[in-house]
Design a protein around this ligand. Structure first.
Ligand SMILES: [Zn+2]
Ligand SMILES: [Zn+2]
Length: 346
């Protein structure tokens, strides 16, 4: 094996560079994984545009991947070279106040891993221990590649507690919105209304089973949602745009007594005007959700490996490492849902 690899380095917002880098060294508890496929994600796009508090500059970019184990640390017993694996991108400490309350997603010492847009990646011991899974023979890499985003969606869904027959508005049908869409359909939602500004994404939403699709560029989305729900609004409304407008629309889309899930994080200095009178007197419940705990990751793995999620429809195309930037711009333009970056294509 050569001692260097190609990897896409995050230098600063809007500046990525494909570089020749040393293959990561592993410690006694780590794995070295050859990346077979890495997927682009809304978080990558946000980081590309504005940086991210968790991602140091100069690191290899990307966090969603599947691959093959090529080296194992001497303390690792559960994995062997040659195994196909899907690692999550984080692991909580298991010891802090939040971990002990089953809220590993809020862990004070959570570690994150980056480097999916490279030929090889080191998977740190804590992630190997808690959040790395062997891919069953019956599954392709594509089947399980969305473990990380699905785990965060599962986390939000567990807060929302959808009931059979409820109606749902999906504000934003990017990769996350389309996973939420499938979760509410699997959970027995009746009227499922998908809202976006990209016809490409709305077409996928329709194919996946959305009852109605609304392009918010053409009509007032909240009015359209009310028209489709006897003037009431939906039982649940799920925001996956990460925009102030999306947060406000999701609040207005929910019926009296309804539940709102704010999924897409805003910028640190963003503020929104809250109609507190409307929220209070109409008993609107708002949930906020961030990342995922080990239980969510486990549930996501079960859903993916049992064929309960359509992930193929979310991967619009494949591109080599050279084109990570182009892939992110295509995502931003709404031309694709997700792009699979495959190092072996270049
Ligand atoms: Zn992601
Ligand atoms: Zn912790």
């Amino acid at each position: 094996m050569s001692q260097t690899m190609r990897g896409v380095v995050f230098l600063e917002p809007k500046k990525l560079e494909l570089r020749e880098l040393p293959i990561p060294q592993i410690g006694p508890d780590d794995l070295l994984v050859k990346v077979r496929l890495a997927t682009t994600c809304g978080t990558d796009l946000k980081t590309y545009n504005r940086g991210h508090h968790e991602i140091p500059k100069g690191f290899v970019f990307g966090h969603e991947l599947v691959g093959d184990v090529v080296d194992v640390g001497k303390n690792v017993n559960d994995f062997k070279s040659g195994m196909r694996v899907v690692p999550h991108n984080s692991a909580p400490c298991g010891k802090c106040y939040f971990c002990k309350h089953g809220q590993g997603n809020l862990c004070e010492s959570i570690i994150f891993n980056f480097g999916a847009y490279g030929e090889y990646i080191r998977i740190p011991g804590p992630i190997v221990d808690i959040n790395t899974f062997m891919i069953p023979e019956s599954c392709t890499y594509e089947d399980v590649a969305l473990l990380e985003p699905l785990s965060t969606v599962v986390h939000g869904q567990r807060l929302l507690k959808l009931e059979q027959g409820e109606s749902a508005a999906l504000i934003g049908t990017g990769p996350i919105g389309l996973l939420h869409l499938q979760m509410v359909l699997n959970g027995g939602a009746s009227n499922v209304i998908a809202v976006d500004i990209s016809d490409t994404r709305l077409k996928v939403a329709k194919e996946l089973g959305a009852t109605h699709t609304i392009n918010a560029r053409d009509v007032d989305a909240v009015e359209a949602i009310k028209d489709l729900t006897h003037g009431l609004g939906t039982d649940v409304s799920i925001e996956s745009t990460g925009t102030v407008a999306g947060w406000q629309s999701s609040l207005k889309a929910a019926r009296k007594g309804g539940r709102v899930l704010w999924f897409g994080g805003l910028k640190p200095d963003d503020r929104i005007d809250l109609e507190v009178h409307h929220i209070h007197y109409n008993e609107i419940t708002i949930f906020n959700t961030h990342h995922s705990a080990p239980l969510d990751v486990h549930i996501a793995f079960e859903l993916l490996t049992n064929g309960r999620m359509n992930t193929k429809s979310l991967i619009s195309m494949e591109m080599p490492l050279e084109k990570v930037e182009e892939a992110l711009l295509k995502m931003a333009a709404g031309e694709v849902v997700k792009v699979a970056i495959r190092p072996d294509l270049s």
